[in-house]
Design a protein around this ligand. Structure first.
Ligand code: 6PG
Length: 217
């Protein structure tokens, strides 16, 4: 799965740079993507990827210090960012700032300034990499939380998950507008939720299902 993820990352990056001159990608946190992240700093990916034209964002972040093992940015930095030639100015970590709400507003502006979408439009990432929780959450969009229903704001402050902390998260409108959206999942405990999302008709209160439905699947 990690190898497949690294191959998809690289293929989409090359295609995006060929077609539009740069590659915009948003990473998830948690444990699932870490092996893939480490692979990106190894051959052949370290040489294959157009790092100088890559712009890296996060799907969500926990409001913890960057050296905290729960920090999605901190883990990505340790796993590959410190070892690939991506310009610092092209790495866009989320920061909870003085408050998570202020951090979310700032990140929303950072994304809008980068993409400058047409009026009423949503920014379109080339690739959004998601994990999934056994409860069907994606990003930090947890079942039953209002953020799951958000239709306008592309970044919100929330609280929940494991660890149950303040977080900043992208919302479904921006996640569902990416050119490529990938859910990485492995292991028995994820098999059940993947089956629900992709094979069962109606699954209440499952953000991943809401996303997949919005993509017409
Ligand atoms: C987060 C993640 C979250 C994660 C899932 C799966 O910051 O918590 O973005 O959405 O992808 O919780 O986590 P694992 O990969 O650790 O199972």
């Amino acid at each position: 799965m990690a190898l497949e993820g690294a191959n998809i990352f690289t293929a989409v990056a090359k295609q995006a740079v060929n077609q539009r001159g740069n590659f915009s990608v948003a990473l998830s946190g948690g444990s699932t993507p870490r092996l893939m992240h480490r692979m990106l700093a190894e051959e052949p990916y370290i040489f294959e990827n157009p790092w100088d034209k890559t712009h890296l964002f996060w799907v969500d972040e926990r409001c913890v210090p960057k050296n905290n093992p729960a920090s999605n940015y901190g883990n990505a930095k340790r796993d590959f960012l410190d070892r690939v030639p991506i310009p610092d100015s092209q790495v866009h970590p989320m920061s909870c700032d003085q408050t998570p709400e202020q951090g979310a507003k700032k990140y929303q502006s950072e994304i809008m300034n980068f993409f400058r979408p047409k009026a009423e439009g949503f920014p379109v990432f080339d690739l959004i990499l998601l994990g999934i929780g056994s409860d069907g959450h994606i990003a930090s969009l947890f079942p039953g939380q209002p953020a799951v229903q958000e239709k306008k704001e592309i970044v919100l402050a929330v609280k929940g998950g494991n660890p149950d902390v303040n977080r900043i998260t992208m919302t479904l409108p921006i996640i569902g507008h990416a050119r490529h959206t990938v859910i990485l999942a492995s292991g028995e405990e994820k098999a059940a939720v993947i089956r629900s999302v992709f094979e069962e008709d109606y699954v209440p209160r499952m953000p991943a299902k809401k996303l997949v439905r919005s993509l017409g699947m």
